[in-house]
Design a protein around this ligand. Structure first.
Ligand code: NAG
Ligand code: NAG
Ligand code: NAG
Ligand code: NAG
Ligand code: NAG
Ligand code: NAG
Length: 470
């Protein structure tokens, strides 16, 4: 063998080695890129969606389609290479290096094809869903969850018989709040139950999910727990001003285990914002009929009486909403004036919903996260106290006020009752209320006397004008 041919052979050997090495690196790189695109990048994407409003849900299937297409190209390239290799080797005798190269390629090909098979069908990915006729693929919430009940719930349910239903929709679109995606673990815990069995005693987990933006929550197919011995509620003429039967509430998740504990102001086991509101007799009964003036000499009060407000629109106020922290006393009071009020509440630290219902009033289990479940221009009155206060973000307050405006009818009243905030913020908050351009029937700002004069109370009765303004 001449030196030259040895050198030539060595050269090819090295060439094949380096091309083998290069190809291996390339394949690994592509695999890693594909995997990260599919999995880790996918979870990154989902996480980002919550911080970055620019990032739309739609990037998800597009990424997957791209990944799938890339895989397709890689597979085709490797196939071509193997075919060429085999053609070459049928011409000349098969050297050990090329056969090694060949098996290496076959190996890689097998791996990539198994990844490709684990992906959903291209047709499936590309499927255009006709939701209101928008023909783009959109992020499918089902992909995000492993628990079958969640997947079943969020799946679009086409109508049977393939026809539109009486509401003009081709299917039913059961939705969940986007906060559910961030609270995946908790939601999966919540939705892990046996269909048809009794649910866990987990209303508190449900409420936590709702408060943190998983609102609406999915429905469930298990039976909610009830108190062991439910006694029939008191008749309406007694129930309104009496503490209900303790047995009609499940107490397991509260510090207090009965209503007497909540009503006693020395225990302080209820919700601090409403420490006295179970004390129906002393604290609640006089509300909105007797002035509770802390300092009669000062003649300063942010409390309006019920008849003073109703007299603004005599005989016109019939239905309304109370968005407050409390046990429904506002609704109880207004009932005496033949006004029907529903009370929005959640069970924060005490069984507010049960208490309101047992008093014979309507509790609306609702967080601040949601658009009100009323149609435009329908309610005569919205009352709010101890709820918005100085903690609320200005933009949120704006959204809330516009929503309240939406449901109030023209000529309806917005009663802001003892809204409080620090003095420095007052002007900004007042600006939010002025923005509504309502007619001012009452408007007072008084110092809040208990906190070294730093806070103020604001109360107002405002009337929604007819629209449009101009
Ligand atoms: C196959 O043979 C041709 C010419 O003989 C060469 O150019 C090509 O690189 C060979 N392909 C492989 C994969 O070895
Ligand atoms: C996906 O949809 C687009 C446009 O609707 C179409 O052009 C493309 O051929 C489809 N691809 C597959 C694989 O179905
Ligand atoms: C509902 O389905 C019909 C036919 O099946 C289709 O023509 C129509 O565009 C669909 N409507 C919507 C809103 O997707
Ligand atoms: C609760 O506290 C108030 C003062 O904050 C007091 O006037 C009232 O008597 C107390 N009620 C009970 C039942 O202890
Ligand atoms: C007290 O308030 C009432 C109504 O808010 C007002 O008519 C009256 O003049 C006030 N009295 C004093 C002494 O400020
Ligand atoms: C409420 O309605 C009842 C029965 O219709 C009536 O007798 C009563 O006077 C009304 N109360 C008020 C405050 O209007």
């Amino acid at each position: 063998m001449s030196k030259q041919s040895v050198a030539w052979k060595l050269g090819t050997w090295r060439g094949i080695h380096s091309s083998l090495f290069l190809l291996g690196v390339l394949c690994i790189f592509i695999l890693v890129a594909t995997f990260s695109k599919l999995y880790s990048f996918r979870s990154l994407l989902i996480a980002e969606t919550f911080c970055n409003p620019e990032n739309t849900h739609r990037s998800q299937p597009r990424t997957r389609i791209q990944a799938k297409e890339t895989l397709e190209i890689v597979i085709q390239k490797i196939h071509r290479e193997i075919e060429e290799l085999q053609r070459n080797s049928s011409l000349s005798s098969l050297s050990s290096s090329t056969s090694k190269y060949n098996s290496f390629l076959a190996d890689i090909l097998g791996l990539i094809e198994s990844v490709q098979e684990s992906l959903p069908d291209m047709q499936e990915l590309n499927e255009t869903r006709h939701f209101l006729g928008h023909k783009q693929p959109f992020y499918d919430p089902e992909d995000h969850f492993l628990i079958e009940e969640i997947r079943k719930y969020v799946r679009v349910k086409p109508n049977r018989l393939g026809k539109q239903n009486f509401m003009g929709a081709n299917g039913t679109f059961t939705s969940i709040g986007h906060g559910c995606f961030a609270a995946k673990k908790e939601l999966e815990e919540y939705m892990e139950y046996d269909v048809g069995e009794i649910c866990d005693d987990d209303w508190k987990l449900a409420q936590k999910l709702m408060v943190h933006g998983c609102d609406p929550l999915p429905r469930r197919r298990c039976f909610s727990r009830a108190p062991k011995l439910y006694t029939k509620p008191l008749p309406i003429d007694e129930s309104i001003w009496k503490l209900p039967d303790d047995r009609n509430v499940r107490w397991s998740q509260y510090k207090c285990k009965n209503f007497a504990c909540l009503a006693c102001n020395s225990t302080r086991k209820g919700f601090f914002k409403c420490a006295n509101c179970f004390d129906l007799e002393n604290h609640e009964f006089p509300r909105w009929v007797r002035r509770q003036n802390p300092d009669p000499g000062a003649n300063l009060t942010a409390d309006f009486l019920a008849h003073e407000v109703l007299d603004v629109k005599p005989g016109e106020i019939r239905i309304g909403l109370d968005f407050s922290v409390g046990t429904g006393t506002f609704a109880a009071r207004m009932r005496e004036f033949n006004v029907t009020i529903v009370t929005a509440t959640i069970n924060f630290g005490a069984p507010f919903s049960e208490m309101i219902a047992l008093r014979g009033l309507v509790p609306l289990y609702l967080t601040i996260n949601q658009r009100l479940p009323f149609f435009d221009n329908t309610l005569d009155l919205i009352h709010t106290t101890r709820f918005l206060d100085g903690w609320i973000d200005f933009v949120l307050l704006d959204f809330v006020l516009y929503d309240w405006d939406r449901v109030l009818r023209p000529g309806g009243l917005l009663w802001i009752d003892s809204f409080f905030c620090v003095k420095e913020d007052l002007d900004d908050y007042l600006e939010s209320f002025r923005m509504l351009r309502y007619k001012k029937h009452k408007w007072v700002v008084v110092p809040k006397l208990d906190k070294d004069d730093r806070e103020v109370f604001f109360s107002a009765v405002l009337e929604k004008p007819p629209r449009p303004f101009r």
